[in-house]
Design a protein. Structure first.
Length: 149
């Protein structure tokens, strides 16, 4: 299952938005994960690993997320492997729009054991959830007291 979303324009520089998102420890601030811990040394780059706790419909899932593409201010991609066998390959593209930044995520998700007839419902729910997360991200980054990264 795949989704692609053109997100809202965030009134922050492309460098600020990229830095904030790629520092995945910020994920709980905008709701992407309940808890994120960096499990690698050094700055974020290809190969950096994060351990995350996600919540979905009241259930907690752990996942291991590895950065697989890191092109500052352009593209950030990662592969998440959930404890239940689900995998998510996410690619986030950043583009300057006026004085702001558009964040456009796309994801390929493998849902082993989910019947095909439920996949389209899950896809709609995922799209709706991602749009809500992008609005949360915009609110957080446009907050006057939000520091960069």
């Amino acid at each position: 299952m795949s989704i692609r979303i053109e997100g809202p324009v965030i009134n922050r520089s492309i460098q600020d938005v990229f830095e904030f998102i790629s520092q995945m420890e910020n994920s709980p601030l905008w709701g992407r994960a309940a808890k994120t811990t960096k499990d690698s040394d050094g700055p974020v780059s290809v190969g950096t690993v994060f351990l995350e706790l996600a919540e979905d419909d009241g259930q907690q899932l752990t996942k291991r997320t590895e950065v697989i593409e890191f092109d500052p201010s352009t593209r950030f991609s990662y592969l998440s492997r959930y404890e239940n066998g689900m995998t998510e390959l996410a690619r986030v593209t950043f583009e300057t729009v006026g004085d702001g930044t558009r964040v456009s995520p796309e994801a390929d998700v493998d849902l082993p054991g989910v019947p095909q007839e439920q996949a389209s419902t899950f896809s709609q729910e995922m799209r709706s959830g991602v749009l809500e997360l992008l609005e949360n991200l915009k609110d957080v980054l446009e907050s006057p007291d939000q520091p960069v990264a």
